[in-house]
Write a protein that binds this ligand. Sequence first.
Ligand SMILES: O=C(O)CCC(=O)C(=O)O
Ligand SMILES: [Fe+2]
Length: 322
Amino acid sequence: MASETPLGIPIIDFSKPDLNQGTKEWDLVRAQVRNALEEYGCFEALFDKVPSDIRKSTIESIEELFDLPLQTKLQNVSKKPYHGYVGQYPMVPLYESMGFDDANVYEQVESLTNTLWPQGNPRFCTTIQSFSEQVSELDQIIRRMILESLGLEKYFEEHVESTNYLLRVMKYKGPETKETKLGINAHTDKNIVTILYQNQVDGLEVQTKAGKWIKVKPSLPHSFIAMIGDSLYAWTNGRLHSPYHRVMISGNEARYSTGLFSIPKEGYIIKAPEEVVDEEHPLLFKPFDHVEFLGFYYTEAGQRAQSALKTYCGVHDLALSA
Ligand SMILES: O=C(O)CCC(=O)C(=O)O
Ligand SMILES: [Fe+2]
């Protein structure tokens, strides 16, 4: 076979000083966002608005968190799967994670912090909250660009108000073998937009539409990975791709990462607006509640399904699964 140029996901620069709505710069970046999300469902965002000291203390704070005794970590329980503490799963023994609901709201982070450190840990709390708030700005820039590029900007306020932010922090223990091990199974995210950040240990892989796995290696310390989840895929009636991705790890060093997930609120019905439904683009999914869909996803049938979303509320189930 001829040698292939290594594939990578698109890189988009959000660090330009005058990236304001209505400018040429904005329109240019917006077009790049739209193309990347149609083709890959994700891209690397260069975003320097999160100061380097906050980025650094975020990674240090996550290390401090996972160094707590297991008994303490287990105190963060949640009714919602993957919102509380997760660890020691037999399928993915190297993976641990902890979720912070409403991570951009100080009081919310504080109350969870106080469960973990009864004597308080203001530095941890401030770090997690500021990091989440600053990354949520990138989430909103991206969502505004997506809506504008689809001619749906009138829905922006409703769109943002219908979601909450979850910050999930993750640790993947180095397997201490030469072989590469599975850190997290291949999956699509179920939410709206995910923004990932990581320490210097790579491992994220994204599947292209053609089925090829590509390694994601963030190029700069202020690189974030933005990714579309199934709920936005459904809301845009399939205009944007939500990619399968996984984490593969090797070596001795631990990988620490964070994901800021914009998640539809319970009770909010996700329904593709009429502007994106026409003869050429028939409705793909019946309107659904994200929390109810997640309930299905975590059942045996949901886990077995090739696409849980299509099985749950796909309009052309048979045609699509053929
Ligand atoms: O750790 C990562 O970079 C990816 C994590 C992920 O895909 C997830 O939490 O949904
Ligand atoms: Fe994911």
